[in-house]
Design a protein around this ligand. Structure first.
Ligand code: TSB
Ligand code: ZN
Length: 645
């Protein structure tokens, strides 16, 4: 018999017979065997039952590693599909991929799955796991697989296989259930560990709204009961912090069907926080040499044809509004062309550069309805935008300046859980990214140098660039570890070219400036969504829509309470007076639920001594003090929050 040479995970090389199964090579010394659920052969993930046909290097994949978890979750998705089909015959399977922390599977059936049905499915999954069904792989000819699934009435599988170019496809079987799948999978159904079905949703076949609606079931799966429990705890925590829920409870914003999806309405309290944010960032920008402008949200469509948005960003733009006189206008999806127009309005010498034009620019994007989410992804938004026009020599300093500004702002808000992403083009995609290799390479090198100078680590993300150039995105993680872009720094050689921007250089020659597009606190919408979740609704004093609420004990305290209220209000504090004829305990609870930083109680003692009794959000009672002392406390707290004290 012929032998092959296998390099084991420890680095040792051994001779074994050709055709040996990987699991035959597992020895107790390979660590806890129960945890090895898959292997890599020359870097390729495969089943443990795979036979080795040639010289190769072997690695074990443990169930608690990222790749191991992915295999586990995929097998759990299969187990769920098997359970669904055994409980509800006639339900067709479609696709069931893994996602972050779990998996989903889309089924063809008319009605959504109910909560009771989910519980039934979970139970059946547990039974099928207990039955220890062996999970086996086989390869069959394409035509044969099509025939088989057609007989089974699985039209979607037939359609999927018809779209596969390979001559053979792989099937995975467990008991009497079979699915088309690349694998790899666990060796047996009882290797599935801790799982929970977490929800249902409608989903279109192939994600296309024109196709029929399928029923999706989401699940999460983990390598241990403890890990599952911890994940569910985080999920609960995240639900409590969810900005859509808190936004409603705290009266910050609303979304109305009468207005439309993705078009949020800011309520008085939310609008208050927003205006504080706006003033905060505009003041910083002014101090750094940004000049603020105001420009309209409409423009001729030709402007966006010239900028390239019409060719590369059209899918996110609203259609042309055409008028009788043939005027064609569009809602702007970005502010850059307006700022470019302002730049072009004057002649610029190299001495004037960099010119930093900033705007809280309102813009509109047609985001797919399925992607909309509260304030975090909307269709109408106001961006803390700026476009820096500079010479090529200034790129480095300007990009670094923006990165340092971002760090400074994040410190003020106490953001710690974020990471840098270098978003690059996909060189084979010329729709979403303009074609010009040299330009992209230069811009990319500049951004790398800027990141290097600031000394931050970053991950590269091909395909995430803007159509006009690469960007540095700052990704903020939510409680569940999902990330979304907050700040962005984008280097652009393309729009200056399209609009033939110029400046007069030292030698009297006309030169082309470079543009840096940047957003620091993002759109007011997304920033607000982040802040609500980051603080769990407990805004720090400087940001809180209401900073102090004054509570009277009885009607007799109203007059003095009103005096305190007016003095605080006149000094610019955001204050409310609760003089209702309710029990004090009830009023305190309500102030607590409204997450107001300070509740101030006015009773007999306070009236007599001309003091007030502050109570911090969270419950701490502070000693009664005169109003001036209380104001001094508020002032120093705000100063501390802003890092000034
Ligand atoms: C920075 N032209 C640049 C600008 O000069 C631009 O528009 N860049 S962008 O397309 O990346 O958008 C800027 C930021 O807006 C993003 O980083 C993101 O934080 C925020 N944003 C984008 N789309 C949405 C949306 N649909 N809802 C809320 N915020 C969004
Ligand atoms: Zn821009």
């Amino acid at each position: 018999m012929e032998n092959i040479q296998v390099t084991l995970p420890g680095g040792q090389s051994i001779q074994v017979r050709r055709g040996i199964r990987i699991d035959e090579l597992m020895s107790p010394t390979d660590g806890d065997q129960r945890d090895v659920i898959s292997a890599k052969v020359d870097g390729r993930l495969v089943d443990l039952s795979r036979a080795l046909e040639k010289d190769c290097a072997l690695e074990w994949i443990s169930v608690d590693s990222p790749e191991g978890l992915d295999v586990l979750r995929h097998s759990t998705a299969h187990l769920m599909a098997q359970a669904v089909q055994s409980l509800f015959p006639g339900t067709q399977v479609t696709i069931g991929p893994t996602i972050e922390n779990g998996f989903y599977y889309d089924f063809k059936r008319t009605d959504p799955f109910s909560q009771e049905e989910l519980e039934k499915i979970e139970k059946r999954m547990a039974e099928l796991a207990q039955a220890k069904l062996k999970i086996t792989r086989e390869e069959v000819a394409r035509g044969e697989a099509i025939e088989m699934f057609r007989k089974m009435g699985e039209d979607y599988k037939v359609e999927i296989i018809q779209g596969i170019p390979e001559e053979t496809v792989s099937l995975y079987r467990q008991g009497d259930w079979v699915d088309l799948c690349r694998g790899p999978h666990l060796p047996s159904t009882n290797a599935v560990r801790a799982f929970k079905l977490t929800g249902v949703a409608g989903a279109y076949w192939r994600g296309n709204e024109q196709n029929e609606m399928l029923q999706r079931i989401y699940g999460t799966a983990w390598h241990s009961k403890e890990a599952l429990k911890e994940h569910l705890r985080l999920l609960e925590e995240a639900k409590k912090r969810d900005h859509r829920k808190l936004g409603q409870e705290l009266g910050l914003f609303m979304i109305s069907d009468a207005i439309g999806p993705g078009l949020p309405l800011w309520l008085p309290k939310g609008a208050m926080v927003r205006s504080i944010l706006e003033r905060y960032i505009v003041d910083i920008e002014r101090s750094m040499g940004y000049q603020h402008v105001n420009t309209p949200q409409l423009a001729r469509v030709d402007l966006y044809k010239r900028s390239g948005h019409w060719d590369h960003f059209k899918a996110n733009m609203y259609p042309i509004m055409e008028f009788e006189n043939k005027e064609e206008l569009v809602l702007r999806p970005m502010n850059c062309p307006h700022h470019i127009t302002i730049y072009k309005h004057g002649l610029h010498s190299y001495r004037d550069l960099p010119i930093r034009l900033a705007e809280l620019g309102t813009m509109y994007r047609y985001e797919r309805s399925g992607t909309l989410s509260g304030l975090s992804r909307v269709r109408a938004m106001t961006l803390n935008d700026a476009h820096i026009f500079c010479t090529p020599e200034q790129i480095q300093a300007e990009a670094v300046g923006v990165l340092r500004l971002i760090e400074r702002v994040y410190k003020n808000f106490g953001f710690k859980d974020y990471w840098y992403r270098l978003s690059l083009r996909n060189p084979t995609d010329q729709v979403n990214f303009v074609a010009n290799d040299a330009m992209w390479d230069t811009a990319e090198a500049h951004l790398r140098r800027a990141l290097g100078e600031v000394g931050v680590a970053y991950k590269e993300a091909p395909g995430e660039a803007a159509y006009y150039g690469p960007k540095i995105d700052v990704q903020l993680n939510d409680v569940l570890g999902h990330s979304e872009t907050l700040s962005t720094v984008q280097l652009d050689f393309y729009l200056p070219e399209r609009f033939e921007l110029e400046y007069v250089d030292k030698d009297g020659q006309y030169k082309r400036p470079v543009m840096i597009h940047r957003g620091v606190i993002s759109t007011m919408e997304r920033m607000m969504a982040f802040l609500i979740e980051h603080y769990a609704g407990n805004f720090p004093l400087w940001l809180a829509p209401v900073q102090v609420r004054i509570l009277t004990v009885t009607d007799g305290h109203k007059e003095y309470a009103k005096k305190i209220f007016e003095q605080l209000r006149d000094q610019g504090w955001r204050v409310e007076l609760d003089g209702r004829n309710e029990k004090l305990g009830y009023k305190i609870r309500e102030a607590q639920i409204a997450k107001i930083p300070y509740a101030v109680v006015i009773g007999d003692k306070e009236v007599a001594a001309e003091t007030l009794a502050p109570r911090r959000r969270g419950g701490e009672n502070l000693p009664p003090a005169p109003l001036v002392d209380f104001i001094r406390r508020l002032e120093s707290e705000v100063a501390q929050e802003m890092g000034a004290a």
